[in-house]
Ligand binder design. Structure first.
Ligand SMILES: Nc1ncnc2c1ncn2[C@@H]1O[C@H](COP(=O)(O)OP(=O)(O)O)[C@@H](O)[C@H]1O
Ligand SMILES: [Mg+2]
Length: 316
């Protein structure tokens, strides 16, 4: 059991847990003091949830933590512009543990508070964040991985620069992996090929599955709500688990539409026609119809950004 005050000793130093920041079934994240008077985020395995799983599945918790540590430690310092920086790693009570740079809030809680106060991010801000996430995804793909869990809770805000960084690499998979029977990611944000298994119950997410989630995030930032498609997948998954995909297909007589005409129209009204064209291509049901490469997305974003009046805010 970890609690406030628990000391954590990793390869490079010792940390003392101060406050739980968040987590999921897989991980728990704490704000902690380091020995130099600074603060870090300590990410630990959620051993409470792990203990509830059947013994044969418990390795998933350790695999996810190890995959995250492997990916983050493979990055060069200059790769960390829009990816959370790994500061230290090791183990705690026999489980993998990491110290990460401490950021200010995840985008889900930040925007919940902003929207609660009646504020909505402006279009230039949404475009800059999408461009930053696109850069982060390009790094992940260049390092040989598909990210597969893009969502606001996995994006961390740096209030000093206004920029965001991608975090939580426990779901990432190598680009060349064979299709698997295991479902991964978060139903409300993911591409059809990630949510709906192919024949024989196999999932084959594509690197461009990340572009679909980028489109879902773009829509959420601009329109202030989730896509109806994502909401339907989330609802089906929470009611029926993995069987939800087949039930949803039956209810819709095929794949539900990923972007309805009224959603496309309200996005175009808020962000303009060029942005709506980019959104439509990111949200194409087939990976082959989405942009080929991060460069294609960044060119489109730059062209849209250039027409939007506010000066570009540079994130360090
Ligand atoms: N480096 C960090 N700085 C500040 N908060 C963080 C940091 N890393 C994670 N968090 C908080 O903890 C939550 C869970 O972290 P995440 O890495 O997504 O773990 P999980 O695998 O449990 O989803 C995030 O949504 C965020 O609120
Ligand atoms: Mg997460």
């Amino acid at each position: 059991m970890v609690q406030q005050g628990t000391p954590i000793t990793l390869a490079r130093g010792q940390y003392r847990l101060r406050e739980a920041l968040g987590g999921s079934a897989y991980g728990v994240v704490w704000r902690a003091d380091d020995m130099a008077g600074g603060s870090v985020a300590i990410k630990l395995v959620n051993t409470g949830q792990m203990a509830l799983a059947p013994a044969s599945l418990r390795h998933h918790w350790i695999d996810a933590a190890r995959a995250e540590e492997r990916f983050l430690s493979s990055l060069a310092p200059w790769d960390a512009r829009h990816i959370v920086r790994l500061l230290d790693s090791g183990s705690h009570e026999g489980m993998p543990a990491m110290a990460l740079e401490l950021l200010d809030a995840d985008l889900a809680s930040h925007l919940k508070a902003e929207r609660g106060a009646g504020r909505q991010p402006k279009l230039p801000q949404a475009l800059d964040w999408i461009a930053q996430v696109n850069q982060a995804l390009a790094k992940v793909h260049a390092a040989g991985f598909r990210y597969l869990d893009l969502k606001p809770g996995n994006l961390l805000l740096d209030r000093r620069t206004g920029g965001i960084k991608l975090a939580d690499f426990g779901t990432s998979r190598p680009l060349l992996d064979a299709p698997t029977h295991s479902y991964a990611g978060t139903a409300s944000w993911q591409a059809p090929e990630q949510f709906f298994p192919r024949a024989r119950g196999l999932y084959a997410p594509h690197p461009r599955s990340d572009y679909f989630a980028l489109g879902a995030l773009f829509f959420w930032l601009v329109c202030g709500r989730m896509l109806k498609y994502g909401a339907a997948c989330a609802q089906a998954y929470s009611a029926h688990g993995r069987e939800g995909a087949a039930i949803l297909r039956r209810e819709h007589g095929g794949l539900p539409s990923t972007l309805s005409p009224d959603e496309a129209a309200s996005f175009a009204q808020a962000a303009g026609k060029e942005a709506a064209d980019l959104l439509r291509s990111l949200l194409a049901p087939e990976p082959a119809d989405r942009p080929n490469h991060a460069l294609e997305i960044s060119r489109a974003l730059c062209a849209i950004r250039a027409r939007v009046a506010e000066p570009l805010r540079r994130a360090a």
